[in-house]
Each structure stands twice: as structure tokens, then as C-alpha cells.
Design a protein around this ligand. Structure first.
Ligand code: CP3
Length: 350
């Protein structure tokens, strides 16, 4: 093998890194790569509503493949949303453009929690499993398929507050004030999420990511007592079946506690340099990250400098997947992403 040749397929490279094995180059994908910044996605959205696309396997697969074709990423994250399992739970919601998920009747009482249905994804969200099967067939070995789900805490934020919010005060009031109800809700959400991700693994997905997007709102003691046990339950159920990635943002204060929930990898944002975040997670665990998505608005030399800094801090250690610290911004120039994928691959080729 020469210094710059790559010998693995995108799928092999991604799965090897997720299992902390040697790779021929660092694998890379971008959160929110499907949609948002691509003109071909916007053209599709002119014709179909977002939830229609997510619930129609052929359309979801088409949107999933767009960034793989254009950027050459090693991971293909299914075009879907963390809210889809609500279909199986029997909870009505919509996704309002520019706002986000809105629940018709927020979950506040014991009766509301009792009414949440716990079903297998084959019954609740069969289109997600079908989309994953079609995606594998269409992708082959080009890239690993990535499934995902919202973590119980982040789902609870939407279910209890009922809509996007800065502080999720109703959710946190339930967590602090009614530990009995909180446990019932989180137990149900953890069970639903386990079944949902197990179903995705059965449908052949290579890796799954658990999005705990609003975790930055809590302190380490509350996290360890009221949230982490449910997260840990999910990772423990999935451990033998599929590699897992824990995602959160704004959680510098929680990194050791997050690592203790024992995913295969922890996704970190840009608020700490990658090597310092990796020290807090522990060298025995993989890491994903951590370029600031707003850096992509800067001139190419600045982007390249930021990316090289991440790679230097990763130091060629096994178990690094290159990504942003959070989702792409809609105003990102797609051509910069193609260049960035190439830079990550060529800089790290070994
Ligand atoms: O990464 C990808 O490209 C795959 C698809 C994906 C979507 N949502 C598609 C989507 C993923 C991984 C998600 C996860 C998701 N959804 C999260 C966790 C990630 C994070 O950013 O922290 C959260 C919190 C949600 C809930 C949600 N759904 C929000 C906040 C929004 C944005 C609302 C808006 O218009 O700004 C959505 C809608 C959504 N999900 C869109 C897409 C492409 C936009 C829909 C559109 O095209 O109008």
C-alpha cells in the first residue's frame, strides 16, 4: 500500500472506526447531510412535504443518497426524523417549517403517559425499516448505513413541552417535581427506543446514533440520576447487535457521565478541542467530531485549517469518525463539503 492509496470501501472504513479498528483513512460524514444545503433536496421538497418524504421509502432513500453521491462521505444517514416513532406511540404531531416538531396534545399527566403505546417498529414505523433495507441494496459497499433515534430525554422535551423551546421548563419541572411520573415516561421511551433501534439493526443498518440534542440543559448529578440510567439501558441492549454513537451538544460538563452510559462512541461538539474531549471520555472509547459547523461559512483555507487541527488532535488513534459538532447549516456551500471529505481522506491516508 502506498502512502496515499485507500484500500477500504466507505462502509468498511466506517465500521472499522466504529469498532476502534485500524482504517486506511479517517471516515467522515456530516450531521444533517441529507437535506438542507442541497439544491436537489430543495427541489424534491417543492414536490413533497417533509413527513411524506420520510414516510415513503423510495423518497427517503433518494434523499439519503444525494449527499453520498455528491460529497463521497463514508456514512449514509437515513433521511428520517427523531419524531417518527411517535407514529407508533399514537401521538399526533407535525413538523412546522422553520419551527420544528409540534405535539397536538402534550404529555403532562399519568393518564397521558399510560396512553403512550409501546409497539415494535415493524408495526409502528414499518416504512423506516423498509427504507433501510432499500438503502442497503442501493448503497452496496460505498458507505455504511446509519440509523438513529432520539434519546428518551430529548423526546421527552418535545412530548412534555409540546414544541421547541430554549429551556424546556415543563419537561424539567416534571423531571424534578414528579420523579414517579418521570420514571414511567422515561421507562416507556427507553423501551420504545430500544425496540426501534433493534428493528433498525435487524433491517441491516451498520451503526446507530442516539440523538440527545437538549442534554446541555442539565448538570452532571441530575444527568446521572434522572437521565443516564435510561440511556445506559439502551446501549446495553444494543451492545451485541450494532455499534452505537451517543450524540449531544453543549455537554462539556457531562462527558465522563455520558461515557459511563457505555456507547461505542461519543459525538462531541466544538466547545472543547477534540483531544481534550477524548481525555474526558477516556481512551478506551471512540469519538466523533468535532468541527464547528459555522466554520464552513469561512474561506476554504480557514475550513482546511480547522479540519487539519481536528485530525492532528485525533493523532491517528483508532476510533475517530470525522464529523461536525452539530448539524450543517442550510447556507453551507455544498462544494466546500466535497473538498472537505477529500481533505480528510487524503490527509489521513495510511
Ligand atoms: O442528518 C440527516 O441529514 C438525516 C436526517 C435528519 C433529520 N432530522 C431530517 C430533518 C436527522 C438525523 C434529524 C434528527 C433530528 N430531528 C434531531 C436531532 C439532531 C439535532 O439537530 O440535534 C432533532 C432535534 C430533530 C427535530 C427536528 N426535525 C427539528 C428541530 C427540525 C427542523 C425544523 C426546521 O425547519 O428548522 C426537524 C425537521 C427536519 N428534520 C428537517 C430535516 C431535513 C427539515 C424539514 C424541511 O425540509 O422542511
Amino acid at each position: 500500500m502506498t502512502a496515499t492509496s485507500t484500500t477500504m470501501t466507505g462502509r468498511q472504513r466506517f465500521l472499522a472506526a466504529a469498532n476502534r479498528q485500524q482504517v486506511d483513512a479517517t471516515p467522515v460524514w456530516f450531521m444533517r447531510q441529507a437535506g438542507r444545503c442541497l439544491p436537489e433536496y430543495r427541489a424534491m421538497r417543492e414536490k413533497h412535504a417533509f413527513l411524506t418524504m420520510a414516510r415513503t421509502p423510495e423518497l427517503a432513500v433518494e434523499a439519503t443518497l444525494m449527499p453520498v453521491d455528491r460529497f463521497g462521505v463514508d456514512g449514509a444517514v437515513l433521511f428520517a426524523d427523531i419524531m417518527l416513532p411517535l407514529d407508533g406511540m399514537g401521538i399526533a404531531y407535525e413538523i412546522r417549517p422553520g419551527i420544528g416538531p409540534v405535539i397536538a396534545h402534550p404529555i403532562r399527566t399519568a393518564e397521558d403517559i399510560d396512553r403512550i403505546r409501546v409497539v415494535d417498529p415493524e408495526e409502528g414505523t414499518p416504512y423506516v425499516l423498509e427504507a433501510l433495507r432499500q438503502l442497503q441494496a442501493a448503497l452496496g459497499d460505498r458507505a455504511a448505513t446509519l440509523g438513529f433515534a432520539g434519546a428518551p430525554f430529548t423526546l421527552a422535551c418535545y412530548l412534555v413541552d409540546g414544541r421547541p423551546s430554549r429551556e424546556y421548563p415543563k419537561t424539567k419541572a416534571l423531571m424534578y417535581g414528579r420523579p414517579d411520573l418521570w420514571d414511567q415516561l422515561m421507562t416507556k421511551l427507553a423501551e420504545i427506543t430500544c425496540r426501534y433501534l433493534e428493528g433498525q439493526a435487524r433491517a441491516g443498518t451498520g451503526v446507530v446514533q442516539l440523538f440527545d440534542s437538549w442534554l446541555g440543559l442539565v448538570d452532571p448529578v441530575t444527568y446521572a440520576e434522572r437521565i443516564a440510567p435510561y440511556t445506559a439501558r439502551i446501549f446495553s441492549r444494543l451492545r451485541e447487535i450494532v455499534p452505537t454513537i451517543h450524540f449531544s451538544t453543549g455537554t462539556v460538563q457531562l462527558l465522563p457521565e455520558i461515557a459511563a452510559t457505555a456507547p461505542a462512541m461519543v459525538s462531541v461538539d466544538w466547545r472543547l478541542p477534540l483531544d481534550r474531549a477524548w481525555d474526558l471520555i477516556g481512551s478506551g472509547m471512540g469519538i466523533q467530531g468535532n468541527l464547528d459547523p459555522t466554520l464552513l461559512m469561512a474561506p476554504w483555507e480557514v475550513i482546511a485549517g480547522g479540519a487539519r487541527d481536528v485530525l492532528v488532535r485525533a493523532g491517528g488513534r483508532p476510533g475517530h469518525i470525522f464529523n461536525l459538532g452539530h448539524g450543517l447549516l442550510p447556507e453551507t456551500d455544498p462544494d466546500q463539503l466535497t473538498r472537505l471529505v477529500d481533505l480528510v481522506h487524503t490527509t489521513t491516508a495510511r
